[in-house]
Design a protein around this ligand. Structure first.
Ligand SMILES: [Fe+2]
Ligand SMILES: [Fe+2]
Length: 208
């Protein structure tokens, strides 16, 4: 039922934004014995980059849960449930790394969550084909972004790199699955609005 789903999504928003440290204990994306010996400057750079990645995963939770709320076909709903679950694993893995780097998540996460949830709900309202196309395009942009961050992280920050490398594999698969289920290619204008919006989020989350 729609009301039940609404409660589930509200609960997801609260967990994403206000959970304590235990929630972020996800070691699946980064083995415990992997070591990153960083100088204070390198730690600062890694912290800022990983805060951006954590905020990206906050947005992924919000986008896809808005889309899930509006999805019609059972196959599309089950794909979105699976994707939201894996994005949640990303959220916890980046959250854990932030804590290791002694960095706080972005102060603007509640604002980003709200905006992304509205975006996702609108994409869902347009119908399953557009919604899947939105997933495919989002994942394509995220894949490019992760590649860029893998290049910018300090050379021996093996722990952050392990997290982003595994995430990148998952994001590529999410995009391919959404396309193969019939996602429509988005108009250029929509794709560039998505790129600009993500760019603003990255600039803000890098700083605070
Ligand atoms: Fe993700
Ligand atoms: Fe993804």
């Amino acid at each position: 039922m729609f009301c039940d789903q609404l409660i589930v999504e509200f609960d997801r928003a609260l967990k994403t934004l206000f959970s304590g440290e235990d929630y972020f204990e996800n070691s699946e994306y980064c083995p415990a014995d992997l070591v990153s010996n960083l100088s204070p400057e390198e730690e600062k750079l890694s912290g800022a980059l990983m805060r951006v990645n954590h905020t990206g995963e906050v947005c992924a939770q919000a986008l896809y849960s808005g889309q899930l709320l509006m999805a019609r076909e059972p196959a599309v709903k089950s794909l979105l449930v699976k994707v939201v679950d894996e994005e949640n694993a990303h959220l916890r893995a980046t959250g854990r790394r932030l804590r290791e780097l002694k960095v706080k998540s972005s102060k603007f996460d509640p604002f980003f969550y709200g905006g992304a949830f509205i975006f996702g709900t609108l994409a869902g309202v347009l119908g399953d084909r557009w919604s899947l196309g939105f997933v495919a395009e989002t994942e394509k942009q995220v894949e490019k972004h992760l590649e860029e961050h893998l290049g910018r992280l300090p050379n021996h920050d093996h722990r952050s790199k392990a997290v982003l490398t595994k995430m990148r594999e998952d994001e590529i698969r999410h995009g391919l699955e959404a396309s193969s289920q019939g996602g429509s290619e988005l108009p250029d204008k929509v794709r560039s609005i998505m790129g600009v919006t993500a760019g603003v989020m990255k600039i803000i989350a890098y700083r605070v």
